[in-house]
Design a protein around this ligand. Structure first.
Ligand code: ADP
Ligand code: MG
Length: 464
């Protein structure tokens, strides 16, 4: 394979594994300059990106190279000459106040190392970062994301008026970035003059550090505080960054007071972000915090069908179902599996079928068939720090009744057991208790976050 296609393959894989913001910021404009005799040289457009790749992403790059057959003993990073950098980089950036380029000592050394004359020094350049590919129209709504979808639409229609800040949290690859970017796109289309700023938290932190280093704090603050809508992705990465938290606190206040919309995502709820200062935590909880869950089987099927039809393909039901049960928790991986299948079929001139899917992806992996009722009951008991005897015994304390109901719900949902069978597993004679319990949890999980997260956690542990 030549260096260009090899690097394409590596980047393709990396894109699946990191956030969109990270990918665009750190990887998009890199090149593979050389690989020979286990030596790899990677080109980066500027010194910041080079440093970031070295410090943070070296392992990821190394692993991904290995997957593509390159065992690099050493990876070197070099700054690309500006002529080699795709001009699109500059088209996509918003230059913030170029007149402030008056030299100061720190600034000069950066500009020199970036080939002087170029205006794309990161100390001055902030990306708007909105990608048109993420819209409400191509987002499939289903269980797990419907609340977040509705809130995002409400915010997009009237930014800054309700749900401020809007805080979405949940696992990787379930559509957080997609939704918040869709808000940005909708606000721009309703009001092209609106100043929308989308930034990954890593990028925010990095820009802030650079701003301090090159004494551009005012530019930095001005840029973020001038936003009509500030969208900041993966805010959990602000954990442990005290100075950045302080800066963000002031940005937050300035925007909130001016009724400007703030939208954040995170992998956990605000109260579980470690080392977040109390004043920020309480602000994150001011507006609306919504948890997003991985979509259920039907929604996953709908997503696959939609993605396939975007590529003018109609897939047979059994193929769709195979894919949907193959990947359960991460839509990005689901898309990856679909694309892998479509590419494979195209190359070999095959029609996509369940057999091909199975041969290519293997059998449905993440849901082993051997989960037993006993395992579910044990898992549930453990989650609530109870014994199995408590759960299947006669006690009627609330602390035990709710976990028992949750165990019944899990038996129904995970194993599709009949109600009489569920009752029997839990040592109950009357199966109507099982019906009521399942219905009750079904309802509660809609509005009770603790129930929802208990279910998700028990399920997660069950399938590891
Ligand atoms: P997160 O930010 O939660 O990690 P992303 O928003 O990056 O996840 O989503 C991963 C991929 O899955 C994206 O390509 C996104 O477009 C797609 N995706 C996620 N949820 C949906 C959905 N409900 N409908 C359509 N595409 C989705
Ligand atoms: Mg994301």
């Amino acid at each position: 394979m030549d260096t260009v296609s090899l690097w394409q393959a590596v980047l393709g894989e990396i894109e699946l594994g990191v956030s969109q913001g990270n990918y665009v910021t750190w990887f998009k404009n890199t090149r593979l300059l050389k690989y020979k005799d286990n030596q790899v040289i990677i080109g980066a457009p500027n010194v910041f990106i080079k440093q970031q790749l070295e410090r943070k992403f070296n392992d990821l790059i190394n692993e991904t190279l290995q997957k593509n057959g390159i065992n690099a003993e050493k990876i070197e990073y070099k700054i690309l000459p500006s002529s080699a950098i795709n001009r699109k980089v500059q088209d996509e950036t918003v230059i913030f106040d170029p007149s402030s380029q008056s030299p100061n000592s720190g600034q000069q050394s950066v500009t020199q190392s970036l080939n002087s004359g170029s205006t794309s020094s990161l100390t001055h350049t902030y990306r708007q970062g909105i990608n048109e590919r993420y819209s409400f129209e191509n987002f499939i709504v289903g269980s797990g994301n419907e609340l977040a979808y509705a809130a995002c639409q409400a915010v997009a229609q009237n930014p800054g008026t309700k749900y401020n800040p809007l805080f979405l949290y949940g696992g990787v690859g379930i559509g957080k970035t997609h939704l918040i970017q869709a808000v940005g796109n909708m606000v721009i289309s309703n009001n092209p003059a609106a100043h929308i700023v989308y930034v990954s938290t890593e990028q925010f932190v990095q820009e802030f550090l650079d701003a301090i280093r090159y004494k551009k704090n005012t530019d930095f603050a001005g840029y973020y505080r001038g936003a009509d809508v500030l969208i900041i992705d993966d805010i959990q990465f602000i954990a442990g960054k005290e100075k950045t938290q302080e800066e963000f606190f002031h940005t937050f206040n300035a925007l909130h007071q001016a009724n400007k919309q703030i939208i954040m995502t995170s992998d956990t709820r605000p109260k579980d972000i470690p080392t977040l200062t109390d004043r920020l935590r309480s602000r994150f909880e001011w507006g609306m915090a919504i948890d997003m869950q991985a979509p259920d089987f039907e929604t996953r099927c709908a997503i696959i069908q939609a993605k396939a039809s975007q590529q003018n393909m109609v897939l047979p039901h059994d193929v769709v179902e195979h894919l949907a049960s193959y990947v359960q928790n991460n839509i990005r991986e689901l898309e990856g599996a679909l694309n892998q299948l479509l590419a494979f079929c195209e190359m070999r001139g095959l029609e996509p079928s369940a057999e091909v899917a199975m041969a290519l992806l293997g059998n449905t992996k993440s849901r082993p068939k051997h989960i037993t009722p006993k395992q579910i009951i044990e898992r549930t008991a453990k989650h609530f720090h109870l014994s199995v005897e408590d759960i299947i015994g006669p006690k009627r304390d609330r602390d035990i009744v709710v976990p028992r109901q949750i165990a019944m719900y899990m038996l129904r949902n995970e194993l599709h057991l009949s109600f009489p069978k569920i009752a029997k597993e839990l040592g109950r004679k009357d199966h109507t208790t099982a019906i009521h319990s399942v219905e009750k949890i079904e309802k509660e999980k809609v509005f009770d976050e603790e129930v929802r997260s208990a279910l998700a956690e028990i399920k997660d542990r069950l399938y590891v």
